[in-house]
Design a protein around this ligand. Structure first.
Ligand code: PCA
Length: 323
């Protein structure tokens, strides 16, 4: 009798489990907890948890802690994890359309960046869908500006600098400036500067302030040349395996995360420039000569992108420009 009871007890406990069923998802991301993108994901995850009454629990693994940036897309595609984030333009070597947001001065305000995203989103979604991925939301970094160890008034001063790159467009920009590009993950920026691997970069005030750029560079030149986006996607099969109400909860939280993220990005542009200044950096506008050279490079990179992206690329640019 006594024995039978103790055998029955676990069976009752197990029978109760389905009512409390919880799906746990892991979400690898490339950037650290101090970055607004990650903070935006935390709100997204909270919204999903609340809307599903704890039924869908997403755990963020930030700063490349579960998969490295270069592995995240394939990890989601293969179903090793159901959801993840990457910098969209890291995929430009797979298809040029993924890199359209990283062309200098093609879309350098939030209003332009939003129009470019609207114009390119269908193509981005279609290409990722063909790989079994569903786009949830995409949020831009603040404008990309120069970080240097001396005041640069003439673009010729950039020649020969070892220049930190984070995608193919930043490599190309460095090369066109006569600098030497080196790929460095965002989290490795302080070490790359302190060990002398790089001595200049172009990135957002968010990344600059998070890396405490004032410890290793002295000048910030406010070019705000483009707004590259991060993108969050799910494995389509994993998404479709969820109950209808959980799918709806994800889509609703994703739409809210996209709207909130764009606002956070815009709001922190000035805030993070102020942090760079408070840290001791010189905040400058580009000289006419530097601005002219960067504009010229933007034209070159737009032409190169169009040549590579063909009719499909032209259609994106036409839609963006309202032609
Ligand atoms: N920060 C990321 C991508 C663009 C940005 O502003 C980086 O520097 O790697």
């Amino acid at each position: 009798m006594h024995i039978r009871h103790s055998l029955l007890a676990p069976a009752f406990a197990l029978a109760a489990v389905p009512a409390l069923a919880q799906t746990n998802w892991d979400m690898p991301t490339p950037y650290g907890d101090g970055i607004f993108h990650t903070q935006n994901h935390m709100r997204f995850v909270e919204d999903v948890r609340e809307a599903t009454e704890g039924g869908l629990n997403i755990t963020i693994h930030s700063a490349n802690s579960l998969f490295g940036h270069a592995e995240i897309k394939d990890a989601v595609r293969q179903g090793l994890v159901p959801i993840g984030e990457i910098l969209l333009s890291r995929l430009a070597n797979e298809d040029p359309v993924f890199g359209v947001d990283s062309i200098p001065f093609l879309a350098s305000s939030y209003e332009e960046a939003a129009r470019l995203w609207a114009a390119s989103r269908p193509a981005v979604e279609e290409k990722l869908a063909a790989e079994g991925l569903t786009v949830l939301y995409s949020v831009p970094w603040p404008g990309q500006s120069l970080y240097l160890r001396q005041e640069v008034t003439d673009p010729a001063q950039m020649q020969g600098l070892s220049f930190r790159a984070y995608n193919v467009a930043t490599e190309r920009l460095a090369t066109l400036l006569g600098a030497t590009p080196t790929q460095v993950e965002e989290g490795d920026i302080p070490t790359a500067f302190s060990t002398g691997r790089v001595e200049a970069m172009i990135t957002s005030p968010s990344t600059g302030a998070n890396a405490r750029a004032w410890d290793f560079v002295s000048h910030y030149i406010d070019t705000q040349a483009w707004l590259p986006k991060n993108i969050v996607f799910v494995n389509t099969a994993a998404f479709e395996a969820l109950p209808e109400d959980q799918r709806a909860a994800i889509l609703e939280a994703a739409a809210a995360a996209e709207a909130r993220g764009w606002e956070m990005s815009q709001a922190e542009t000035a805030e993070k420039i102020a942090e760079l200044e408070a840290g001791g950096m010189q905040i400058m506008q580009p000289t006419e000569a530097l601005a002219a050279r960067l504009a010229e490079i933007g034209e070159t990179m737009t032409a190169e992108w169009l040549a590579e992206a063909g009719a499909e690329g032209q259609a994106v640019i036409d839609a963006y420009r309202g032609n």
